[in-house]
Each structure stands twice: as structure tokens, then as C-alpha cells.
Design a protein around this ligand. Structure first.
Ligand SMILES: NC(=O)c1ccc[n+]([C@@H]2O[C@H](COP(=O)([O-])OP(=O)(O)OC[C@H]3O[C@@H](n4cnc5c(N)ncnc54)[C@H](O)[C@@H]3O)[C@@H](O)[C@H]2O)c1
Length: 308
């Protein structure tokens, strides 16, 4: 199992580290355009191998895609992150060009690769890959919902004063402050609805804090977060590499599912060795359906800025 991670910055390196620590991949290649940067991060990570007990071989490459040849899975984190006060959508100008060339270079060396898109605005970048490559749609996966759901569970556990292992919840929709749809009506503590423990005011607070989870961290850190994003990507990579058939909300190309067409947006999917093996239809309340529709309109508007 060979995994390439393009972009050896904060999220790319964190993702490579979690993949290695979980010890399921034989090889991880980090690639970056900054001279020597990926090689340096790879060497630093390899020097944690004896300390953390993993056998995954991590190597680095400066823009040499031949080193990524025959990757089973590739993660695209290359591009600029947002600074405090910025929206993810504002990154489109620079990141679209990067994501387009990176995805084409990856596929040229690994025609059977499964791509996981992380660069923002992620739903639009996933759509761009869908429109500008010949990969089948089940091999193009956008990562956003797995992270947003982890942030939702963090806020739910906090409000419930419960351990995180007690709570479950999922966020679908667009990966943006306005577009996220935390499914509060489906959120549970040990299979009991969260609404049985929390007032409407507290539920609203959980939803709101989840939606601005990334922006909260960006203003604290001065740049976009990396531990939870890296861990979320590693979870998707592991589900594919180990054929786990796990369900995650991921951005995928929709053709009528959830009443949406010609868009990549977060919906629950099953991940296994073929990438997206199934899009799962779940019952949404009328309010959730309306929020999903509004979220899709936002993503479609951002997609309109692409020069396809
Ligand atoms: N989808 C999500 O849930 C999620 C979460 C966090 C961050 N992000 C996004 O991920 C991206 C990376 O964030 P980060 O914090 O790691 O940024 P970063 O600046 O730390 O790292 C980005 C790296 O990409 C490299 N790069 C730029 N152009 C390249 C190219 N053409 N080829 C190869 N490498 C190139 C840069 O040299 C840099 O090292 C941003 O767009 C950010 O918004 C997405």
C-alpha cells in the first residue's frame, strides 16, 4: 500500500504522521514544491519511527512525481491555507491552479490512484478534479465532513459533559462556515438523542460552534488547523487501504442523490478498497433538507468561479 501526500505543510505532514503511526501503509511519499522541504519532513518523521513503533517508510520529494509512481491513494493538501478573517472560498484563485496541475501529475504516474482532496475550498476543488481528470467519480473523494463531524462530537461532548466516546454525530453539506449541516436531530449519547439531554439553546450553541470550528482555530493559531484535519484524512486513507467499509461524510459527485445534481458536496458514503463504494441515503427533516439545498447553492456559486 503506497500513499502519496502532496503538500508537506501543516496538514500534509500531520496526515503522513498519523498514517505512519497507524502502521497500515508500507510507504508514504511526501511531495512539495519547496526545495528540500518534503525531504526534511520525511526524515524528521522517519526519526520518530523507532520511538513510535511504526515500519511505514516515509520519503520526500521536491516536485519529482516519478517518486509517487503506482500510488494506491494520493492526498492533495497543496495550496494556501486561510488566515484569520478569511473564508475558505477566498482561496479559490490560487488553489484551483495548484489542484488542477497536481491531480493531473499524480494521475499521469498512478493511473489507478484514488484521490483525496483536502485543499480549500474543498468541495469546489473536488468538483474541479472531477471536471478536469478522467478518474471515475468513486475515486475522487473530498475530505471535510470527517473533520467537521469530529468537531461536532467535540462540541457535543463538551455540552453533554460526556466523554467523546459516548457521543455520535455527523455533519453533511458544504465544507464552509455557512454551508455545514450538523445533523443535530441524529446526534446521540449512547443511542439516546442528544435533544433529550440538552436545551434548544445548548443544541443551537453546539451547531454554531461546530460551523465556525475552523475559523475559531484560525484566529487562535494565526493559520488553519492541522492535527484534526490530518487525523481525519488518515481515517479516510485507512478505511480505503484496509477495505473497512466505514461510513464517513465525504464530498462526492452527486447525480440526483439528495435531490442534487452536478455538484460535489458532503454526504454519507461507504469507503472501502474501491474508494466510494456507496452513497448512503438518510432521512432528513424538512429543515435539514432546506439547509442542504441552501448549502448546495453556496457551493454551486463558488463552482461558478472556476474557469473550466
Ligand atoms: N478540507 C479540510 O477539512 C481542510 C482542513 C484544513 C486545511 N485545509 C486546506 O488544506 C490546504 C493546506 O493547508 P496547510 O495548513 O497544510 O497549508 P501549508 O501552507 O502549511 O502547506 C501547504 C503546502 O503546499 C505546498 N504547495 C504549494 N503549491 C504546491 C504545488 N504546486 N505542489 C506541491 N506542493 C505545493 C506549499 O509549499 C506548502 O508546503 C489549505 O488549502 C487549507 O485551507 C483543508
Amino acid at each position: 500500500m503506497k500513499v502519496t501526500v502532496v503538500g508537506a505543510g501543516a496538514v500534509g505532514a500531520s496526515c503522513a504522521e498519523y498514517i505512519a503511526i497507524k502502521n497500515f501503509a508500507s510507504e508514504v511519499v511526501l511531495l512539495d514544491i519547496k526545495e528540500g522541504y518534503a525531504e526534511g519532513k520525511a526524515m524528521d518523521l522517519m526519526q520518530t519511527a523507532s520511538l513510535n513503533g511504526f515500519d511505514t517508510k516515509i520519503t520526500g520529494s521536491t516536485s519529482d512525481y516519478s517518486k509517487t509512481a503506482n500510488s494506491d491513494i494520493a492526498v492533495i493538501t497543496s495550496g494556501i491555507p486561510r488566515k484569520p478573517g478569511m473564508t475558505r472560498e477566498e482561496l479559490i484563485g490560487i488553489n484551483a491552479g495548484i489542484v488542477k496541475t497536481v491531480s493531473q501529475s499524480l494521475i499521469a504516474h498512478s493511473p489507478n490512484v484514488i484521490l483525496i482532496v483536502v485543499s480549500n475550498p474543498m468541495d469546489t476543488m473536488t468538483y474541479l478534479v472531477h471536471k478536469t481528470t478522467n478518474l471515475p467519480k468513486h475515486k475522487i473523494i473530498g475530505m471535510g465532513g470527517a473533520l467537521d463531524s469530529a468537531r461536532f462530537k467535540y462540541r457535543l461532548a463538551e455540552a453533554l459533559e460526556a466523554p467523546i466516546s459516548d457521543v455520535d454525530g455527523m455533519v453533511i453539506g458544504g465544507h464552509s462556515d455557512k454551508g455545514m449541516v450538523p445533523l443535530i436531530s441524529h446526534a446521540t449519547r449512547n443511542s439516546v438523542k442528544a435533544s433529550e439531554f440538552l436545551s434548544q439553546e445548548k443544541l443551537d450553541y453546539v451547531v454554531q460552534e461546530t460551523k465556525v470550528g475552523g475559523a475559531t482555530l484560525t484566529s487562535l493559531l494565526g493559520t488553519s488547523a492541522w492535527y484534526a484535519p490530518g487525523a481525519a484524512v488518515s481515517g479516510l486513507v485507512q478505511a480505503i487501504a484496509c477495505d473497512q467499509k466505514k461510513m464517513f461524510p465525504c464530498s462526492t459527485f452527486l447525480e440526483g442523490e439528495y435531490g442534487l445534481n452536478d455538484i460535489c458536496i458532503g454526504v454519507p458514503v461507504i469507503l472501502g478498497k474501491n474508494g466510494i463504494e456507496k452513497i448512503v441515503a438518510i432521512d432528513l427533516s424538512d429543515a435539514e433538507k432546506a439547509k442542504m439545498q441552501e448549502s448546495a447553492e453556496g457551493v454551486t456559486k463558488t463552482n461558478g468561479l472556476l474557469q473550466l
